[in-house]
Design a protein around this ligand. Sequence first.
Ligand SMILES: *Cc1c(COP(=O)(O)O)cnc(C)c1O
Length: 389
Amino acid sequence: MTHVPVVPPPTISLPPDAPRMIPFLDLKRINARDRDRLLAAMARVLDSGWYILGQEVREFERRFAEYTGVPHAIGVANGMDALTLVFRALRELGRIAAGDEVLVPSNTYIATILALTENRLTPVLVEPDPRTFNMDPARVREAITPRTRAILTVHLYGRLGWSPELQAVADAAGVPIVEDAAQSQGAALDGRRAGSLGLATGTSLYPGKNLGALGDAGVVTTWDAPLAEAVRTIANYGSQRKYENRYKGVNSRLDELQAAMLVVKLDRLDADNARRRTIAARYGAGIRNRAIALPEPGPEGAHVWHLYVVRADDRDELQRHLAAHGIQTLVHYPTPPHQQPAYAEWADRSYPIAEAIHRTVLSLPMDPTMSDADVDAVIATCNTFRGAT
Ligand SMILES: *Cc1c(COP(=O)(O)O)cnc(C)c1O
């Protein structure tokens, strides 16, 4: 075997007058604000000698349940596990069975759908309303069949995908709503928060989410005590008492260190979401370009702007234009789930709204620590796209 030399990273020294880069999201800057409290919490966990299922996880679960406004929160390893465990628990409780249909958006992040197929459930893809990016309740109603057992709504980009209309459709069909709140921590409608709107919710606390750990983390919230107990048990090898296994469970626990980080970071969530709203409002008022369609804020409080997603027919050109001016953007997401190789069995299907969304969306920088000057630079650059003024 030949030895491959490690190439040292180039040292980049920008000239003093070089244009600044505007990052899409600066996690280092975000977490630096809590540096002292995070380090103190890390030291507390280190010195405790107790690293799995202890008082830090209990405290985070208590605080997050209270914040969400539900009786039960269960810390788990990540957001995809949170969703997978909700459906696994429903299966173990006999409330859903392999082969049953679950309605889910055609334009979501793949993890939402993986959580269903992992449980051998049948995802039924429902097209979104292009104005909200969320499932259209009228299409949800049309998609219901006698085999429908749940509606898995995703609060995509931070905007609530729950509405009284959707609830009415679910109630009429007699099926529960499950929430994917990975992008919407803190979003609320009439004082009811994401994570408390449906029967149960899976939330990701991945570092880049509105509430993010310093590693992988997730949480399930629910109103339902037997479901909460089943999730907690399955996530710990199916065991309630040591060496007694009720289910063929998995190991998906939130660890003490991440729980301690999250307790610190939860204190900032509302203020950070307020700052995201201010940035979104500034974008909304400032960007004036017929080639760029702006997202709608929706009802008061219902959007926490995990992402600020604009649409442009020539999205790739807009992305290049912004990059040329030092502005980093991302695409959420380039390929809809039904066109992924992982779901090759859906390759002949067509979901034209989802396909059009994936072709045209672009996420502008959105970060609660962004300065107004940087927001204004993004606005000005959007306004010069295609020679518009
Ligand atoms: C991030 C995300 C997930 C998955 O969460 P992980 O913690 O990365 O497993 C699921 N659904 C949506 C909509 C997400 O954005």
